[in-house]
Design a protein around this ligand. Structure first.
Ligand code: F6R
Length: 604
């Protein structure tokens, strides 16, 4: 979720880089940094938190002649958000910025450390600059040293590197993370990890392909392919609207955020999972000492993530777990015990009701933890400990990737609790860790499925209501599916545990009642099947979502076969999100900014 910018030319480079980073700040803002090489002088600035902190640090700085600059805004993955971990990373005489993950960084770091290199940060990125400088000692020039460096890197990256001895050059590479090179009418050259920083500055752009790398000098761009042959890709014209550039080709932020889930979930897992255990640098195991109950508290979508997690806490960690809606909990004069760990879940960290319950729990002397997407938010500052979900900024009012990352992080927390309390055996833990790693893939949008949902959506634009039904963790997912649909399409929708239908709601069943049935293979399939058959017998219109063929449904969305119900959960999550969005598009409503709603509810 980081952002990259670069510039080479005669204009004042500080403001170009800062302006560019401002456009990327929505992707992550735990720290930022800039390095500028003017003549033979390197100047570098880094600051924690929002970009305005970096801006303030650079207030006195300006360039007056030709310069070369790189900048970065960071969303922590390897290593905590600190100035030392912020990019650009320095070697002896070079600076690097990087997006992505160097998967073999531990092996490279050990090799470099054995050769006497000292590392300053905990990041994977720092290996790039040291490896480059080591190669420089055995090669004719910086470009050759860079090529040799790239040969050793495994993983995804977009890299910009500047080196003091070639003070008119930026070296670049792209593999799996986005990188654009652009020029303006004066021939000055820009880099950015998305269109937005370039709009209004550059006019022509090249979207680099995976495996391409090269160097730019004043007015010169040299690009090479994976075989090392120079290529001359055609320039395209930049889009003119910043908003559409931030949507990166998607129609809505919600759509972009649904597609992004697979990537941000990788960030949620990153550095927190080994083959043997969950590792949370941010939490001390003492937080769980003396705890015999977990209470989860949240609003809306975050409440649904909490409800999902409550099944996992009891099942995997064998600890009592209750879930509270914050707006109810704060006025019910609850009995609180200091043996309870109080966990609030909030995308924004600012929701007034949830914040208030956190204050109540603190006042009652409970240990507190927040699962949040926004560092430095009120809840993060107040709770004893915080786990960040790393979803990046969510712009669509209907929450999607925030939910996906909350569920994943809470599942990890259930396993962390289980391992700390020794309530899970090592073999079972290893299996869960292996399955967790598959969550990003299970959440990847299947283009053919999206197309099918788009076609199907035209049949679901009327009727007197929707029932989303499921059992166990698929019940909170049913609640979440119904919430997504009602908040953006304005159609009436309810989520129900399927076993409850016969206790009243089934009275509504007729062809104009649409039932969206979540039917996973690996969790109570037969029970679920008979509930859906009961509805089918009463002529409700049924859309079944399942990997197993089901002939009693009017419509059937066939999911992939997975080995665990949580992987089925994430695939079905994507489907209900897309279904809500496609129905809304057909009805002509505003997907990203539905009526009556706000992204952050800071009032009661
Ligand atoms: C629905 C949605 C809301 C929020 C709720 C809590 O799509 O986004 O239901 O989940 O307002 O917000 P946070 O998580 O910021 O506390």
């Amino acid at each position: 979720m980081c952002g990259i910018v670069g510039y080479i030319g005669n204009k004042e480079s500080k403001n170009i880089l800062l302006d560019g980073l401002k456009e990327l700040e929505y992707r992550g803002y735990d720290s930022a940094g800039i390095a500028i090489l003017e003549n033979d002088n390197f100047t570098s600035f880094k600051a924690l938190g929002k970009l305005k902190n970096l801006d303030a640090k650079m207030a006195e700085f300006t360039t007056s002649s030709f310069s070369v600059g790189i900048g970065h805004t960071r969303w922590a993955t390897h290593g905590k958000p600190t100035e030392l971990n912020a990019h650009p990373h320095l070697g002896e005489s070079s600076y690097v910025v990087h997006n992505g993950i160097i998967e073999n960084y531990q092996e490279l770091k050990k090799e470099l450390q054995d050769g006497g290199v000292t590392f300053l940060s905990q990041t994977d990125t720092e290996v790039i600059v040291h490896l480059f400088e080591k190669n420089l000692a055995h090669t004719a020039n910086a470009f050759e040293a860079f090529e040799r460096t790239l040969e050793r890197l495994e993983g995804a990256y977009a890299i910009l590197l500047v080196h003091k001895d070639e003070n008119d050059t930026i070296l670049f590479a792209k593999n799996g993370s986005p990188m654009i090179v652009a020029t303006d009418n004066d021939g000055d050259i820009y880099f950015a990890s998305s269109d937005a920083p370039l709009i209004g500055k550059a006019s022509n752009v090249i979207y680099l392909d995976d495996g391409q790398y090269g160097y730019v000098k004043a007015q010169e761009i040299h690009i090479y392919d994976t075989q090392g042959a120079e290529v001359h890709p055609a320039f395209s014209t930049l889009p003119t609207s910043k908003l559409s550039a931030q949507k990166e080709g998607y129609r809505f932020f919600m759509e972009k955020e649904i597609y992004e889930q697979s990537d941000v979930l990788l960030d949620t897992l990153l550095g927190r999972l080994s083959d043997e255990e969950i590792m949370f640098d941010e939490v001390d195991t003492s937080l769980l000492h003396g705890i015999d109950e977990i209470k989860l508290c949240a609003c809306g979508t975050s409440y649904h993530a909490a409800l999902t997690a409550s099944y996992l806490f009891e099942r995997e960690a064998k600890i009592r777990c209750s879930v509270e809606i914050a707006s109810e909990f704060r006025y019910k004069k609850p009995l609180l015990s200091t043996n309870t760990l109080f966990i609030v879940i909030s995308q924004s960290g600012e929701t007034a009701d949830t914040l208030e319950t956190l204050k109540m729990a603190k006042e009652a002397g409970l240990k507190t933890l927040v699962v949040c997407n926004v560092d430095n938010s009120s809840m993060v500052r107040l709770a004893d400990a915080a786990l960040l979900t790393r979803a990046g900024i969510e712009k669509g009012v209907a929450s999607t990737k925030a939910f996906a990352t909350q569920v994943t992080l809470l599942w990890m927390l259930a396993l962390y609790t289980a391992q700390t309390r020794r309530s899970i055996d090592q073999q079972a833990l290893r299996k869960q860790l292996r399955i967790l790693r598959k969550v990003p893939l299970a959440s990847k949008v299947d283009g053919a499925m999206h197309e099918r949902i788009h076609r199907l959506s035209k049949r679901y634009l009327h009727g007197h209501g929707f029932f989303f039904i499921g059992r166990d963790v698929f019940f909170p997912l049913a609640l979440e599916g119904a919430l997504k649909l009602k908040e953006i399409s304005y159609l009436h929708a309810e989520g129900y545990p399927s076993g409850e239908m016969k206790h009243g709601p089934i009275a509504l069943a007729d062809p104009e009642l649409f039932t969206i049935a979540l039917m996973p293979e690996h969790l109570l399939y037969d029970k679920m099947k008979s509930n859906v058959e009961e509805l089918s017998a009463r002529d409700s219109t049924i859309c079944a979502i399942s990997p197993l063929e089901f002939d009693k449904a009017d419509d059937f969305l066939k999911t992939r076969q997975h080995e665990h119900y949580m992987l089925e959960f994430f695939e079905m999550m994507v489907i209900v999100q897309l279904l809500s969005m496609e129905i809304t598009v057909r009805l002509g409503h505003d997907v990203d900014m539905p009526r009556n709603l706000a992204k952050s509810v800071t009032v009661e």
